[in-house]
Design a protein around this ligand. Structure first.
Ligand code: AMP
Length: 444
């Protein structure tokens, strides 16, 4: 090695280490992102049909909002929040682990219930520091509906029917609705006392986590995944037996509406949900496609006391949230035909000098609703016709638009079908684009 070479080697900086995304936080890339947009589009239309309006709240909120809202002794608050101190002012902040608390804060802060109830929906990322695994991420996305200011069971029913209609609209199959009532606080208190007494009687069967939760959150013991405690939990006092007339009537009316609308459900007395803020109705839509145990793709319920908890004037509310990642992967595994994101047409441009005219034509086509991808060359060269056709094919477009010099001299463009095997070709006028643009949007 010459001296020069050695020197060069020493001067060359070491390659920088690649920076990669945080574990459990995914990029959503095309064409996958097309499926997200498709789902979001259906959600927007459906929400509008139910007269639910969009709300967008910040991704970062004061930590106290979640501690107070979700409850101190919940998995999310105890172990899963991304909390940090704002270095500039010392504020305690948290990346939202769910959106209900933020929506409630916004509703209170802006006095939104002043003129009556509100029906709202949101879509966006949530953050939980969970162990990443299939269907469980640290940044995941929820679509949610929240109805505030109404207390009737028909609103619970409406919210559930909305989710149910969404499954129909996107063609999702085999999701089962599970339903329970958590009653009202005094009923829960009586049940809680009975539960504590019952578990105290069976201390020797409780595991460490159950013992720790016995006096702070005994209801969550019912949620245990520990098979050794199954029998004990199965025989524990049931909240349903502690419900008063009003709570039972609320639950029964909800069931009557669901029955009349052909929505099948299973009563699950063990369904308690992960947050403390629920009362009366709670529900989950479950899939068994990923195992017998069942995995929730959507969950929600009534939270009549949360608004007060966050400092607002008491008002009833009900809502749900679904996990976008879970819904989309379930759909995909079911073989649903998710939409493609290919353009309708691909513009082939043999000569660079026609680019100004071509770009103008493409804008006209787009204004008429045609999705068209312009061929882009690399470096000096715009690319051979062969190469351009190859790209056109890869793009998935139905048609190639060939802006050749001969065609352009006659103020024409060739339209060639890329998908019917034969490659039928015709010419169209570039001065009357509106008369043929439509034909590019249908399959040849
Ligand atoms: P939750 O707010 O816990 O009731 O969750 C509502 C829905 O969000 C669940 O049914 C899941 O579909 C989804 N979800 C919750 N946590 C995660 C996560 N860590 N990763 C992916 N999806 C999640």
């Amino acid at each position: 090695m010459s001296e020069n070479n050695t020197q060069e080697k020493q001067l060359k900086p070491a390659p920088l280490k690649k920076i990669v995304a945080i574990k459990g936080m995914n990029d959503i890339l095309p064409p996958e992102s097309g499926k997200w947009e498709w789902l979001e589009g259906i959600v927007r239309t459906l929400m509008a049909s139910y007269a639910y309006q969009n709300i967008r709240t910040p991704i970062v909120e004061p930590t106290a909002l979640f501690v107070r809202g979700l409850g101190e002794v919940t998995d999310i608050v105890e172990k899963e929040m991304y909390s940090f101190e704002d270095r500039l002012n010392g504020d305690a902040l948290t990346l939202r682990p769910e959106s209900t608390a933020g929506v409630v804060r916004a509703v209170v802060e802006h006095n939104m219930l002043y003129e009556g109830g509100k029906r709202l929906y949101y879509m966006g990322p949530m953050f939980r520091h969970e162990r990443p695994q299939r269907g469980r991420y640290r940044q995941f996305h929820q679509i949610g509906a929240e109805v505030l200011g109404f207390n009737g069971p028909e609103i619970d029913a409406e919210a559930i029917l909305l989710a149910y209609d969404l499954w129909q609209a996107i063609g999702l199959k085999d999701v089962r609705l599970e339903l329970n009532s958590l009653g009202q606080p005094p009923e829960r208190l009586a049940h809680r006392a009975a539960l504590i007494a019952y578990f105290e009687h069976h201390m020797q069967t409780l595991d460490e986590e159950a013992k720790r939760r016995l006096y702070t959150n005994p209801l969550r013991i019912l949620d245990t995944k520990n098979p050794a405690m199954k029998e004990l939990v199965d025989a524990a006092p049931k909240l349903m037996d502690f419900l008063g007339d009003a709570s039972l009537a609320h639950f029964n009316e909800l069931r009557r509406i669901l029955d009349a609308n052909g929505v099948a459900y299973t009563l699950n007395p063990r369904l308690v949900r992960g947050m403390d803020y629920y009362n009366l109705t709670v529900f989950e839509f479950i899939t068994h496609q990923w195992g017998d145990q069942g995995i929730a793709i959507c969950g929600g319920g009534r939270y009549d006391y949360l608004i007060e908890q966050v400092g607002g004037k008491p008002a009833p509310a009900v809502g749900w949230a679904l996990g976008v990642e879970r819904v989309l992967s379930l759909l995909e595994e079911q073989g649903a035909a998710l939409p493609k994101t290919s353009p309708h047409a691909y513009a082939i441009i043999p000569e660079a000098q026609s680019l100004p005219l071509v770009l103008g034509c493409l804008r006209q086509l787009r204004a008429l609703g045609v999705n068209v991808q312009m061929h882009a060359g690399t470096g000096e060269s715009i690319g051979s016709m062969k190469n351009q056709f190859k790209k056109a094919d890869l793009s998935g477009a139905q048609f190639a638009l060939i802006f050749g010099p001969d065609e352009l001299a006659r103020r024409q463009v060739s339209v060639k079908s890329l998908r019917d095997g034969g490659g039928a070709q015709r010419t169209e006028s570039i001065d009357q684009i509106e008369s043929w643009a439509n034909s590019l949007q249908s399959t040849p």
